[in-house]
Design a protein around this ligand. Structure first.
Ligand code: SF4
Ligand code: SF4
Length: 153
């Protein structure tokens, strides 16, 4: 379901360009509007759809597997702290639901350099950086040698 941009709504602010993890949202140098330069590489992550202040981006399904006539719309309302989803099926059914914005506030994420350097022993550990405390648990769940011998029943 690659994205496409409604040119008449886009004002060229570039938020979609900044947020796209696939780096495929670009600003057309002539028209100063955003467009998806490589739809095949779209992750369908909806980051750009939710970030666009003009609600100018939509995703559409490939005609060979997505039912024609359906749509998925996302509306981010910063002041309410919500993202509203409207799913329309081809048979006319509609599903609407609202989820909270869970994005970490801009500039509030610590960079890797802000954390204490790991000890050399950490290189031998199978845990990732800041595990398990960053997961709010004391110990990572793991199978005991006995369980490994028995297999998972
Ligand atoms: Fe990029 Fe995600 Fe938007 Fe696709 S849906 S263009 S991957 S931000
Ligand atoms: Fe256009 Fe929306 Fe992208 Fe801004 S975020 S450039 S308005 S499509």
């Amino acid at each position: 379901m690659p994205t496409f941009v409604y040119m008449t709504r886009c004002d060229g602010c570039g938020h979609c360009v900044d947020i796209c993890p696939s780096d495929i949202m670009h600003i057309d140098p002539t028209y100063r509007r955003a467009y998806n330069i490589e739809p095949n590489m779209c992750w369908e992550c909806y980051s750009c759809v939710k970030a666009c202040p003009q609600n100018a981006i939509d995703c559409r399904g490939y005609a060979d597997f997505a039912p024609m006539g359906h749509s998925v719309r996302a509306l981010r309302e910063e002041e309410k702290g919500t993202i509203s989803w409207k799913i329309k099926f081809r048979d006319g059914r509609e599903k609407n639901f609202v989820s909270p914005i869970r994005t970490t506030p801009w500039g509030s994420i610590k960079s890797a350099a802000d954390y204490e350097a790991p000890s050399l022993d950490a290189m031998k550990s199978q845990e990732l950086a800041h595990e398990p405390e960053a997961l709010n648990i004391d110990v990572l769940p793991a199978l005991t040698p006995d369980q490994l011998k028995l297999g998972v029943l």
